[in-house]
Design a protein around this ligand. Structure first.
Ligand SMILES: *Cc1c(COP(=O)(O)O)cnc(C)c1O
Length: 397
């Protein structure tokens, strides 16, 4: 530190978060996190853990006993699935139609296994026919891994069909539901999914840093009958289960992020109060309103309507417009964050999130107003004055 620089508390600017996550965190969640820290083996805390487990079972639509938050972000949940289920020498079918599928492949290879990649174009869903063919060509494949809601492109894949295909071929299914949980149906038991992981900062509208996860009984058996020890001590479920396993005697494994779990609990209580179906319906409606406004303005979507995620809208950047300058203006003038395109889509799309507490009429209205004003100023050919009435019609009839 230079000697004349004052050392002050950090006070972040007020933002409206409509990117690919984090989403806006409600004051209720933030204030829950400010409650007194207690010991993570305190009987009161154990009671909280039991409630979090029950609420996560509600959110994932599952009765799986192994349902818990991993102490780490969504990427830690992803890694937990692979290091526990995949052993050296295994073969895993990995569906790649965006950034996060690519990370799954990386995880498989770091487990010493072979990844058979089923590739689909960015902006399109995973093609079940290709997955079926890959399973037929690779008998004995250990698992099929795919991303339910590709946040890099705004595409939903057919999780029910993909989990079913895996099961028919005797393979496990590993599902990334980081962006889907709480925003669109995630039906772990109905799908027969074996391992599903999520994140807290997308449609659950909690702070980043935890990864809710659920494993089927079949998946737990696979973990318990491993031939080799998992290379990760921290994420080894055979050890972690002593802490989260549900038996009365909780053994110390690592210090749970106590206050972060207060926040997750509060966000799950809010989801339960609203009701899962109502939350799904709200996300769908806000998407319809945003879409009506964007299209009235003259903007278009990357993804075909039937495969779009309501909570992540990939919008084509109009020709000749500097997309980064638009985002900079939105942030500076309106405190509004939207996302840039990733990887193959960098510079080509914006990613507008309508996740959790950021899926409200006010968010839609601010985003349309701000985007229209900035685009018109920069000389884009957008229809002015049409977006808000179109969105209002969807919102209020
Ligand atoms: C955000 C995201 C992740 C990674 O989550 P982190 O909390 O950033 O580690 C993984 N998969 C998908 C689909 C995501 O959107």
């Amino acid at each position: 530190m230079s000697s004349n620089e004052p050392v002050l508390s950090f006070n972040p600017p007020m933002r409206v978060l409509m990117g690919p996550g984090p989403s806006d965190v409600p004051a209720r969640v933030l204030s829950a996190m400010a409650r007194p820290t207690i010991g993570h083996l305190d009987p009161a805390f154990i009671g909280l853990m039991d409630q979090i487990k029950a609420l996560l079972q509600y959110a994932f639509r599952t009765n799986n006993a192994l349902t818990m938050p991993i102490s780490g972000p969504g990427s830690a949940g992803m890694e937990a699935c692979f290091v526990n289920l995949v052993e050296p020498g295994d073969t895993v079918i990995v569906c790649v139609n965006g950034v996060f599928g690519g990370r799954m492949k990386e995880n498989v290879e770091r487990c010493g296994a072979t990844a058979i990649v089923v590739a689909d174009d960015w902006g399109t869903p995973v093609d079940p026919a290709k997955v079926d063919a890959a399973l037929k060509a690779n008998p004995g494949a250990k698992a099929v891994a795919f991303v339910h809601a590709e946040t890099s492109t705004g595409v939903a894949s057919d999780a029910a069909t993909l989990c079913n295909l895996a099961r028919e071929h005797g393979a496990l299914s590993i599902v990334d539901a980081v962006t889907s949980l709480g925003g669109i149906p995630v039906l772990a038991d109905e799908w027969g999914a074996d391992a599903v992981y999520s994140g807290t900062q997308k449609c659950l509208s909690c702070t980043p840093g935890l990864s809710p996860l659920t494993f089927s009984e079949r998946a737990v058996e696979v973990v318990q009958s491993r031939k080799t020890k998992t290379q990760s001590w921290f994420l080894d479920f055979n050890l972690l289960l002593g802490y989260w396993g549900g038996n009365a005697k909780r053994a110390y494994h690592h210090t749970a992020p106590v206050n972060a779990l207060y926040g997750l609990h509060e966000s799950l209580v809010m989801l339960h109060e609203e009701g899962l179906e109502a939350a799904w319906a709200r996300h769908a409606k806000m998407h319809e309103a945003l879409k009506a406004g964007l299209e009235a303005m003259g903007l278009s979507f990357l993804v075909a309507p039937e495969h779009r995620l309501p909570q992540l809208n990939a919008v084509n950047v109009p020709a000749g417009i500097d997309e980064a300058l638009v985002r900079a203006h939105l942030l500076e003038r309106y405190g509004l964050e939207i996302g840039a395109g990733l990887g193959a889509l960098a510079g080509k799309v914006w990613r507008i999130g309508l996740m959790g507490a950021s899926a409200t009429p006010n968010h839609v209205t601010l985003c349309l107003t701000a985007l229209e004003t900035v685009l018109a100023e920069l000389g884009a050919t957008v229809a002015v004055g049409k977006a808000l009435p179109a969105a209002a019609k969807v919102l209020w009839g």
